[in-house]
Design a protein around this ligand. Structure first.
Ligand SMILES: Cc1ncc(COP(=O)(O)O)c(C=O)c1O
Length: 381
């Protein structure tokens, strides 16, 4: 038999696959995996059908369809009052995951270090490992998951090539403040370190809070790439469509790798998204839409013995059960799925060393009825 030496020998099946399989097995309500149980907008589907039936079915340009890159550049130029060049600063990707993988492997070499803020989205670590880099985690803890910037700065070494940040943050639902971005900017000034800013939940911020995109901080943006996902914004996670924005010289090298790992992405979806995103309402309504769901779920969970942590953004909320049980978060999440028929995600797999703070994550991107039913079941815990 052929012998295979895995380049990712530490890699295990993702916790999302494990909990979703368990959810299906016990016929539970799946609040584990982060996707909506409702459909994307009809107007967007109509546009897709139009372009699919009108000949937009061949290879798109490597960097993305021009009308879509222009729509993206216009959106951010307006929101952040800066100038984004559609030709040199915007690249359409096959979801944020491909953008992240491309950026990490483009800028990290054997022996380099990448600092990530944990709990961290699960695709960062394998990509860093694949590039031959070393993960340097900065661990955050409950209840407020706040960064101490002087502690953070001690992680920087001569080998640091990348810092990966994520706001609004999966899984904690925290959002970074201006003071965080300024602290990061000060630490990284004059250092040859690239920041990858994962902003896939950019529009999912509540209570009139502001999303602190890296693009609001010109000095920081000058050494950064920002990643976005249409899946989160338009309720279409299954399409795996996203984009990457960064200064021209960084984007040039990003594209150098992008062209060899995907070349270009789905053409007719790009034309449709270009038309659809021109209407600001499509994304400006999201804070109200998801803010309502967050409030509904949290109110319905008031009768539960699980303690909510604050969800300022994303469509996730952490609940603390440490006063109820000494079970590991994985065992607790499995028990919720099996005995109460609601699936959650344990947070320990988001840490390199498996730190278990006895919290689980629920996804509230579900219809109101489903959220109410899930909360009723959890009130019996
Ligand atoms: C923080 C974060 N980054 C990136 C992604 C991946 O986005 P996409 O589905 O567009 O690849 C996700 C998806 O859950 C996420 O939560």
């Amino acid at each position: 038999m052929i012998s295979i030496q895995s380049k990712l020998s530490q890699s295990k099946p993702s916790i999302f696959s494990i909990m979703s399989a368990l959810s299906a097995k016990f016929n539970a309500i799946n609040l584990a995996q982060g996707y909506p149980n409702y459909d994307c907008p009809d107007a967007l589907k109509d546009l897709i059908s139009y372009y699919l039936n009108n000949g937009k079915n061949q290879y798109a340009p490597m960097t993305g369809v021009k009308s879509l890159r222009q729509a993206i550049a216009q959106k951010y130029s307006q929101i952040y009052n800066i100038s984004i060049d559609a030709d040199t600063e915007v690249t359409v990707t096959a979801g944020a995951t491909q953008g992240l993988f491309t950026a990490i492997t483009a800028f990290l070499s054997q022996g380099d270090e990448a600092i990530i803020v944990e709990p961290a989205y699960d695709s960062y670590r394998p990509a860093i490992g694949f590039a031959g880099g070393t993960v340097v985690p900065y661990p955050l803890g409950k209840p407020d998951y706040k960064i101490n910037w002087s502690e953070f700065s001690t992680l920087i070494s001569d080998k640091t090539r990348l810092v990966i940040i994520n706001t609004p943050h999966n899984p904690t639902g925290k959002i970074w403040q201006s003071s965080d971005m300024i602290a990061l900017q000060e630490i990284l000034t004059d250092r040859n370190i690239i920041v990858i800013s994962d902003e896939v939940y950019e529009h999912l911020v509540y209570d009139k809070a502001k999303h602190h995109s890296i693009m609001r901080y010109p000095e920081l943006y000058a050494q950064s790439l920002a990643m976005y996902s249409f899946g989160k914004t338009y309720h279409c996670t299954g399409w795996k469509m996203g984009y990457c924005i960064g200064p021209a010289h960084i984007t040039k090298e990003f594209r150098n790798i992008h062209q060899w790992n995907v070349f270009s992405v789905n053409s007719f979806l790009q034309y449709a998204l270009a038309d659809y995103m021109a209407d600001k309402e499509t994304y400006e309504s999201l804070p109200d839409f998801y803010g309502h769901k967050r409030d509904l779920f949290e109110k319905a969970m008031k009768g539960s013995r699980l303690k909510p942590l604050v969800s300022e953004g994303t469509y996730f909320q952490l609940y603390d059960y440490s006063h109820l049980s000494t079970e590991s978060d994985l065992d607790f999440a499995k028990r919720l799925t099996r005995d109460y028929k609601v699936a959650a995600i344990p947070v320990s797999p988001f840490y390199t060393n498996g730190t278990d703070n006895r919290v689980v994550r629920f996804c509230y991107a579900k219809t109101d009825e489903v959220l109410l039913e899930a909360a009723e079941r959890l009130c019996a815990v």
